[in-house]
Design a binder for this molecule. Sequence first.
Ligand SMILES: C[S@@+](CC[C@H](N)C(=O)[O-])C[C@H]1O[C@@H](n2cnc3c(N)ncnc32)[C@H](O)[C@@H]1O
Length: 353
Amino acid sequence: MKYFGIIGENEELVHNALSYLHATNIIVIKKNIISFETEFHHRLQTCASLIKWGIVLDHQTLEKKIISDTVGVADNKFGVHLKKQFNLLKRFKLVELIHTDLEIKNEGQEVVSLGENIYGLVQGYQNISLYETIDFNKPVGGMGIGMMPSKLALTLINIGVGEYEDLSSSTVQNGQLTIRDPFCGFGTTNFLANHLGYNTIGSDINTTQAKQNRKRRINKTLSQETVKSFFLKQDVTKELKSPIFRHATIIVSEGRLGNTVTSRTAPATMHMYASQVQTVYTVFAKNLTEYQKDKKPVTLIMTIPVWLKYEISISQTILEQFASLGRTARLIEQPYSREKQLVGRQILIANFL
Ligand SMILES: C[S@@+](CC[C@H](N)C(=O)[O-])C[C@H]1O[C@@H](n2cnc3c(N)ncnc32)[C@H](O)[C@@H]1O
């Protein structure tokens, strides 16, 4: 089956989503629109860098699939064309390609022009089923200071699963994977990973926040009863001892961002924060290498903070440290950041074989 996707701006994230989908025959149709084939269509809904997705159809097949009397289209000319072609259509509504129109999503259908006589019928919107059950700004019911954006957690999980499959050269079922977040804080990664059907282990130097959120996390409507989550205390700069970490197949973490930064933070202070974060990451990599000796492969997906307004970079040193430990590590260079943020993040991908 041929699919199309309306994609976001970050090419590397889109590339990772396509690899997670094992997409083939990828064609860039126009700005923000691609078509591809995949056998993993059940994964489409969790690809944060696909804004919308659906099936590619010719004129006749589309005619059979139009069942509502209103369609959403991106431009007037295309709307007029559709109305002329399909008798059933009473109305079209202009919708933005990269946004979700609630009326169309709930009561209509959205059609995208993919070329002459080739149409895309939207079937899903970015993580919309998750968005409907989880407030992505408050994934565990309340937004604590330092809690990561769920969309980022979801992106990291997807990259991790795709990478791990490449590493182990097989397709793995959700139940076989255990995702560990070694800087789990409130447990956002664990919460989302459970929701997606993965077992999880959360650890942190301080487990107060994870404990605080435990009740909300186990809310039956949001978590699956079949998956398990363990939380324990562990400083990543200290030797890993608990055998429980052995169950982790993928490590997904926002990591440590450093102290809070404002526009008044002095550059010298920033350098100090950067060096603290760098030390935590590099000692963590060393301990993990030690722990993974003779154990099964583990993929690590973590973010490295980038202090956007200060041009301080620690990623190169961290990559060099990983290389000196014999680990293959690479970065998604374009920082993930939100408007008005002072700290963005680069995504680090490393494999511990
Ligand atoms: C940016 S927060 C992560 C927040 C988390 N992603 C969430 O959504 O709640 C960083 C976390 O790293 C933890 N941390 C800092 N240094 C650590 C260390 N050496 N070992 C383990 N955890 C550490 C902090 O306690 C904090 O919870």
